[in-house]
Design a binder for this molecule. Structure first.
Ligand code: ADP
Ligand code: MG
Length: 678
């Protein structure tokens, strides 16, 4: 018997059930036993007559009526059903959560947490809890779907432990288990599901988080070490004098921070080691020029450079910025995107292969199979979180061993960046070019919108332009477009015919988007209504107003990105947040936006308020995702894990030592990963 046994060896798991479990990512016994709950419900039942009016309680009972949803007003609804506890019938209502209806099943047990209304004998529901908790105080709650229910999953996990519990080996080195007084693996795994008390739960989690971070660090540091050790990386022997002349001719003096990161990058270029560097800098901190210098250096060494960006608009814009900085006789640039015409594309591919193009700028189009380089020496990707790891790897493999630079404006606190991106070096531009007028940020409530529009009219009358951002409605693309269209109509009605209003949204064809952007750039449109498609990169210095609708629906980092679209010229600029936050945290977030223009301060605050899951959600990742560990609240464990991993890597051939067998096994690379044990 082995933990890697297929889940179907358990009694009660037929082909159908196994199929359903796979949808949750559970294939093996080990995956079942480590499918941890995401929270626990603390259920303490009370007698109805013991409960005070307006007291928050959990009530448990049988559902005795079908749920009924009534809708009223805009986005408002109320869902009601009745449940029976002992012999009393209780009315339960939930406001504005109509989707909870599916969780109310006639004749099933249910536990509801809410506020008790003693007069009406009703419960104002806040949360539905698991009812199947066998009388335990802590009921584990799992992410499940319609086909796998909480109760049956719990049952299955128990069966799994009964059969396989004794086959859970410890794999962490004994020294570490002792040093940090970690709960043994077997006990910890069990207690993650069924803790007897909060302390046990805490200890189990501490052990599991350590294990998770430690293995991650061990692996990442292994990768980094191997990359570093490889002397067959490229040494880009750039021409120091030409590079100096180039930087001296720039239209501005580099900030100290830009100089510092440029030096770090150039050192990496010159060295025969392989560069894997993350360049972080707030919006507007001047990352583009740093990229331009690195690409220029690469060219003087006789290599080609590539700059990959996530959208066509951005590619176009980077192309323009680079061309302004370079002397066209000296640097041959080209643009390759999805909409490059076939004939032109063919020519570009040919020139890339022969080396007639020095620097190519483009989108995903750069990583198509038929794109070949003569001597690719440097790959830069902008807004790295938008590209998958694979896409980055493909581009990298087009060169011999090109150096790689990732640029991002997502400001991740330094300590976090260093620890979380175990395999990369980090450079940070922590200073803005001098002479910027700080953007003034105001927060208003929706009823004040018209007053703001009147004020905006005056801004436009000064010859300036403005953005209006509508929130992306994730659940429905159709709703999203509808919403943007409505706002567009409202704006048009207000500003026409004196000013022209344009609309940009995700459903539009690339070419259409491009045209609208161009119109806005040329000031044929004064106002641009848009969903967040403009979030990254666009540069229209004449735009001085950024109006963000439903601002509380955005993350702080995103709001900050959007705000960075203005304040790019020499004129005073404004960011107006329109929001009616529903809770204290929302209010706090709007306030902090008005108080600071510093992306790093904001990101720390955002992490504190919302946690990394929300901040670096799956969608805009780049930051590794952990199953249990939280890189912010568990940052101490992360740091310890990092140190311990690095100590182990200082030992010669540690993976052959008996003590480390277990962990070496655990981090053994897959076939498609490169070997680093040698
Ligand atoms: P980022 O990509 O980091 O958001 P950009 O590279 O687009 O920022 O730079 C924003 C603006 O600042 C550009 O117009 C650029 O020309 C200008 N800029 C960059 N570095 C400096 C500097 N050292 N001094 C003055 N202006 C600068
Ligand atoms: Mg940029």
């Amino acid at each position: 018997m082995n933990l890697s046994d297929d889940i179907s060896v358990l009694t009660g798991v037929g082909p159908k059930r196994a199929e359903n479990l796979k949808e949750l990512g559970i294939y093996t016994i080990e995956e079942l036993l480590s499918y941890y709950p995401f929270r626990y419900d603390d259920i303490q039942e009370k007698e109805l007559n013991e409960i005070q009016d307006q007291e928050k309680v959990t009530l448990k009972g049988l559902v005795v009526s079908e749920p009924v949803v009534s809708r009223y007003g805009y986005k408002k609804s109320r869902m009601m059903f009745r449940m029976m506890q002992d012999h009393a019938v209780i009315n339960v209502s939930f406001f504005n959560q109509p989707y909870l209806k599916d969780k109310i099943v006639m004749s099933e047990e249910i536990a509801v947490y809410g506020k008790w209304d003693a007069k009406r004998k009703s419960l104002n529901g806040m949360k539905i809890l698991a009812a199947q908790n066998d009388g335990e105080d802590f009921a584990p709650i799992y992410h499940v779907n319609k086909k796998v229910r909480q109760s049956s999953l719990i049952q299955l996990i128990r069966t799994g432990f009964e059969k396989y519990g004794n086959f859970i080996p410890e794999f962490l080195p004994e020294t570490l288990v002792e040093k940090y007084r970690l709960m043994p693996r077997k006990e910890a795994m069990f207690a993650m599901h069924f803790p007897n008390n909060p302390e046990e739960s805490h200890q189990a989690k501490r052990r599991v988080v350590f294990e998770e971070f430690f293995l991650f660090q061990l692996k990442m540091q292994g990768l980094k070490r191997r990359e570093k050790a490889e002397k067959n990386g490229l040494s880009v022997q750039y021409d120091v004098d030409r590079l100096k002349t180039f930087t001296q001719k720039l239209p501005f003096e580099l900030t100290d921070a830009q100089k510092k990161v440029t030096n770090e990058i150039c050192r990496d270029l010159m060295s025969p080691n392989h560069m894997q560097r993350l360049l972080q800098g707030d919006v507007g901190s001047g990352k583009t020029v740093v990229a331009a210098i690195a690409l220029y250096a690469t060219m003087t060494a006789g290599f080609q450079g590539a700059l990959m960006v996530p959208t066509e608009i951005l590619a176009q814009q980077h192309m323009e910025s680079l061309q302004q900085l370079y002397d066209p006789l000296e640097v041959r640039t080209a643009l390759l995107t999805g909409s490059t015409k076939t004939k032109e594309r063919r020519m570009i591919l040919e020139q890339l292969a022969t080396g007639e193009i020095d620097i190519i700028i483009g989108t995903h189009a750069l990583i198509q199979e038929d794109v070949r380089f003569r001597r690719l020496g440097l790959v830069i990707t902008d807004e790295q979180h938008r590209f998958g790891v694979n896409q980055r790897r493909i581009l990298r493999e087009k060169g011999l061993k090109p150096d790689v630079l990732f640029m991002t404006a997502t400001p991740i606190p330094r300590t976090l960046a260093i620890t979380a991106f175990g395999e990369m070096d980090v450079s940070i531009i922590d200073e803005m070019p001098a002479g910027r007028i700080p953007i003034e940020t105001r927060w208003i409530r929706p009823p004040q919108l018209d007053t703001v529009l009147e004020w905006m009219e005056k801004e436009l009358a000064h010859g300036h332009q403005a953005y209006v951002i509508c929130p992306l409605i994730e659940e429905s693309e159709a709703l999203d477009v509808k919403n943007a269209t409505e706002i567009f109509e409202h704006m048009s009605a207000f500003f026409n015919p004196t000013y022209q209003v344009g609309l940009l949204h995700g459903k539009m064809k690339n070419q259409e988007k491009e045209e609208i952007m161009q119109e806005f750039k040329e000031n044929n449109l004064q106002l641009l209504v848009s969903t967040t498609v403009i979030e990254v990169g666009v540069n229209v210095p004449n735009a001085t107003v950024m109006l963000i609708m439903d601002a509380d629906r955005f993350g702080l980092a995103q709001l900050h990105q959007l705000r960075g679209r203005v304040g790019r010229g020499s004129e005073a600029s404004y960011c107006i947040l329109v929001a009616n936050p529903k809770n204290e945290m929302g209010v706090e977030r709007m306030k902090i936006m008005t108080e600071t223009n510093n992306g790093f301060v904001l990101s720390e605050k955002d992490l504190e308020l919302r946690g990394p899951g929300e901040v670096f959600g799956a969608r805009q990742s780049g930051v590794p995702q952990f199953a249990v560990g939280d890189i912010v609240t568990d940052v101490n464990i992360l740091e310890v894990a990092r140190q311990e991993a690095s100590t182990i890597w200082t030992k010669e051939q540690w993976w052959v030592l008996p003590e480390y067998r277990g962990i070496a096994d655990k981090i053994k690379p897959n076939d498609d990963e490169q070997q680093f044990f040698d």
